[in-house]
Design a binder for this molecule. Structure first.
Ligand code: UGA
Length: 444
């Protein structure tokens, strides 16, 4: 099939590459001309394992090309994926003006009926607004080609985006006509042949809600275990064993029960707020999600509290921060919990020594006075304490004895539980591990 992808950020680019891998003919469009120019020479503007190779294969097979003109991308396309950004407004609602503009430009440039597929995460009932934008534009140009709107949410995670897209747990398609459902089914048939998985065909509103409900539920799981972590610290229990044991219950599952620094990234924080907002607009107070968000903000303050407890005055100390990416496997620092930690530590008057294997470039401008370190050991050397903010594997490999040698004061705040708490204590370090008893609780 012939496909256009409008907006080639993380979701759009992965969608383009994967659709080409399935044998479809794809044009990726973005009005950021510099991004398109670099994509044309094969450069992917962010870190996503496997994506550059997949895109190159698509380009070499003549199935993928890029343009910065909607007029070049849309004519002839049977399905247009809208993958533009939906940035957060001050009040927590998503700004949908890019979605509206993308929809209108599809109607302006289409030469035949198009299935317009929402992939950007949008509040329930956005499909109706897209339909309205298409209709207004059709009226303006004097011919209604009969475009359809579908919701086809993605569930890809950064770092495993290609595998998540080509081998998904499920495909969700919301459409309000048999024709649109048939087109989307044809689009996904090659994927389902390769990787049989549940295919949920529903209406547009339900599909939109599935996406928000899924992300909000996962975020709530994380906040739940972070709340339990606080109780474990106070009670003298171990949240990681609690999570493992809970996870053995198939009804609960172990995934997304890692207590830590809370969730970040471009999705969960924004989507939780947006879901609360749309629920309120519809007349429902989603108090559970407001609490999920509150616990998450609290989780990000945990390291500063521990530094104050263990160092007394944080001012004038050097604090090593290991990891700035919002999770391992990505160079994305959008809404990264590490930023809250670094901001708080700097506000307390400390100097930070930062390390991340791939994400440091994303924070250089934000922290002009920080020491940027190419190696984790350089960040640790001369620091009075270390805070682990991202659970990169390479940090797990640092031996407790080596930490004790490098740090000026032997203070470790392990907000992602990368190290064995007992081994650190045995090596003579003063340790706060998320979800493990504080000294006072351990001794009582
Ligand atoms: C998330 C969802 O997992 C995807 O299914 C969804 O498609 C995507 O948002 C989206 O809406 O586009 P992503 O933001 O890439 O994917 O990252 P996750 O792996 O979900 O992690 C989100 C945050 O939760 C990270 O900061 C991570 O460190 C944190 N997390 C995750 C925990 O603190 N504990 C856990 O147990 C799991």
């Amino acid at each position: 099939m012939r496909i256009a992808v409008v907006g080639v950020g993380h979701v759009g680019l992965v969608t383009a590459a994967c659709m080409a891998d399935l044998g479809h003919e794809v044009v990726g469009m973005d009005d950021d001309a510099a991004k398109i120019a670099s994509l044309r020479v094969g450069s992917v503007p962010f870190y996503e394992p496997g994506l550059p190779e997949l895109l190159r294969a698509g380009v070499d097979a003549g199935l993928v090309r890029f343009t910065d003109e909607t007029a070049d991308a849309v004519p002839g396309a049977q399905v247009v994926f809208i993958c533009v950004g939906t940035p957060r407004r001050e009040d927590g609602s998503p700004n949908l003006s890019y979605v509206q503009a993308a929809a209108a430009s599809v109607a302006t440039h289409a030469t035949g009926p198009v299935v317009v597929a929402e992939k950007s995460t949008v509040p329930v009932r956005t499909g109706e607004r897209i339909r309205q934008a298409l209709r207004l534009e059709a009226q303006a140009r004097g011919d209604d080609l009969g475009h359809e709107v579908v919701s086809n949410p993605e569930f890809l995670k950064e770092g495993t985006a290609v595998a998540d897209t080509l081998r998904p747990d499920r495909v969700v398609v919301g459409a309000d006509s048999a024709g649109a459902h048939a087109a989307m089914r044809a689009l996904y048939e090659p994927l389902l042949e390769r990787h049989p998985c549940p295919y949920v065909a529903t209406d547009v509103r339900t599909a939109e809600l599935i996406k928000h409900a899924s992300n909000a539920f996962l975020a709530t799981k994380i906040s739940f275990i972070n709340a339990v972590a606080r109780i474990c610290e106070l009670a003298g229990a171990d949240v990681h064993t609690v999570a493992d044991a809970m996870g053995h219950d198939a009804r609960i599952g172990r995934a997304f029960l890692n207590a830590g620094l809370g969730y970040g990234g471009s999705c969960f924080p924004k989507d939780v707020e947006a879901f609360v907002h749309i629920a309120a607009e519809l007349g429902y107070d989603f108090g559970l999600l407001r609490e999920t968000d509150r616990i998450n903000r609290e989780a990000k303050q945990w390291p500063l509290g521990q530094l104050r407890r263990l160092l007394w005055n944080v001012a004038d100390k050097q604090i090593a921060v290991l990891g700035v990416a919002f999770k391992p496997g990505t160079d994305d620092v959008r809404d990264a919990p590490a930023l809250d930690v670094i901001d708080a530590v700097i506000a307390d008057g400390a100097r930070v020594r930062l390390h991340d294997p791939v994400a440091l470039d994303g924070v250089r401008d934000r922290y002009p006075d920080a020491v940027f370190c190419d190696k984790a050991e350089d960040a640790l050397r001369d620091a009075h304490a270390v805070v682990v903010c991202t659970e990169w594997d390479e940090y797990r490999a640092i031996a407790p004895q080596r930490l004790a040698e490098l740090l000026v004061y032997p203070v470790v705040v392990d907000a992602r539980a990368v190290w064995d708490h007992d081994a650190l204590v045995a090596a003579g370090l003063t340790v706060a591990t998320v979800g493990r008893p504080t000294d006072a609780a351990a001794q009582s």
